[in-house]
Design a protein around this ligand. Structure first.
Ligand code: NCD
Length: 301
């Protein structure tokens, strides 16, 4: 059983099978009774150095639905971080009060650094442009729920493949399966070469979505990560490169599944929200079940 959730390299196929079964029991529990008390008297800390809506609130909801409580530090400027406290000292402080720390931080490798100091489980909730392992787990769980089988799918990742941590994590997690990957981005936002070396599935790179959309089973759309740009003019040049709307979807499969980690800033038109292929709201809900399973696993070991 894992002690921390830090990066994708920790997972294998049998771990995923166990976790997804566990997530399904959590879904059943929420639908039947809303939750239970298995984490009663347990406390988690959400320590977020970067903005978040879904990740922080779904981790909090997961804790509450299992009977636990949450310390939320979602605005580090009002904590001792603003006085210059180091990440290590902040972690050593919060572990005195809680049973698990969910950490989002702008630096790549921050969660791993925190885990070296910590005596309680650390969950990486996004480390800069690095990894976002729990998002990849819920993305993969959603693909399985939507399509039944992951092997054999053609999965197209579109948008900011350079800075998007969710695509880095998902592409790597898909090493546990046999799929075909299409990477669609403007050339300046292409998938990092040093990460590409770690991928086991065949990859096709292009800047034209139309050329790969008809054959696509899963379309994973991402936002251009404005906060990672040092030059705003460069951001503006690539923002809006791809917009998925009803016109785009004309050439897509009837069974297409459209995912997005969200937030969206124009990449997916609201007009397709009611298309049955738009799965991003179901994906969000799945985040709750997967995170309930993870907290149960890590805190109730
Ligand atoms: C993503 C993130 O923070 O990396 N959001 C999320 O966790 N659901 C994607 C993004 O911010 O674009």
């Amino acid at each position: 059983m894992l002690q921390h959730i830090l990066g994708i390299e920790q997972f294998d196929k049998s771990y995923l099978e166990t976790l997804f079964k566990h997530a399904l029991t959590m879904q059943n529990l929420v639908e039947k009774k809303g939750g239970d008390n298995r984490l009663e008297h347990r406390v988690s800390t959400n320590l977020f150095y970067e903005p978040s809506t879904r990740t922080s609130s779904s981790f909090a909801a997961a804790m509450y639905r299992l009977g636990g409580k949450v310390i939320s530090i979602n605005d580090v400027q009002y904590s001792s971080v603003a006085k210059g406290e180091s990440l290590e000292d902040t972690i050593r402080t919060l572990e005195q009060y809680s049973d698990c720390i969910i950490l989002r931080h702008p630096e790549i490798g921050a969660a791993k650094k925190a885990a070296v100091t910590a005596n309680i489980p650390i969950i990486n909730a996004g480390d800069g442009a690095g990894d976002h392992p729990t998002q990849a787990l819920l993305d993969l769980f959603t693909i399985q729920q939507e399509r039944g089988e992951i092997n054999g799918l053609t999965i197209t990742l579109v948008g900011d493949l350079k800075y998007g941590r969710t695509v880095h994590s998902l592409a790597l997690l898909l090493n546990c399966f046999n799929v075909t990957l299409n990477f669609v981005s403007p050339s300046v936002l292409s998938f990092p070469k040093e990460l590409m070396k770690n991928l086991k599935n065949p990859v096709r790179e292009t800047d034209e979505l139309e050329s790969v959309l008809p054959e696509t089973d899963i379309l994973y759309v991402t936002r251009v990560q404005k906060e990672r740009f040092t030059n705003i003019a460069e951001y503006e040049e690539v923002q809006g490169s791809y917009v998925i709307d009803s016109q785009t979807l004309k050439s897509a499969s009837k069974k297409l599944v459209i995912l997005h980690p969200l937030p969206r800033v124009g990449e997916i038109a609201h007009e397709i929200d009611h298309d049955p292929r738009a799965a991003y709201f179901r994906q969000m809900k799945n985040g709750l079940y997967v995170r309930m399973a993870l907290l149960d696993q890590l805190i109730n070991r």
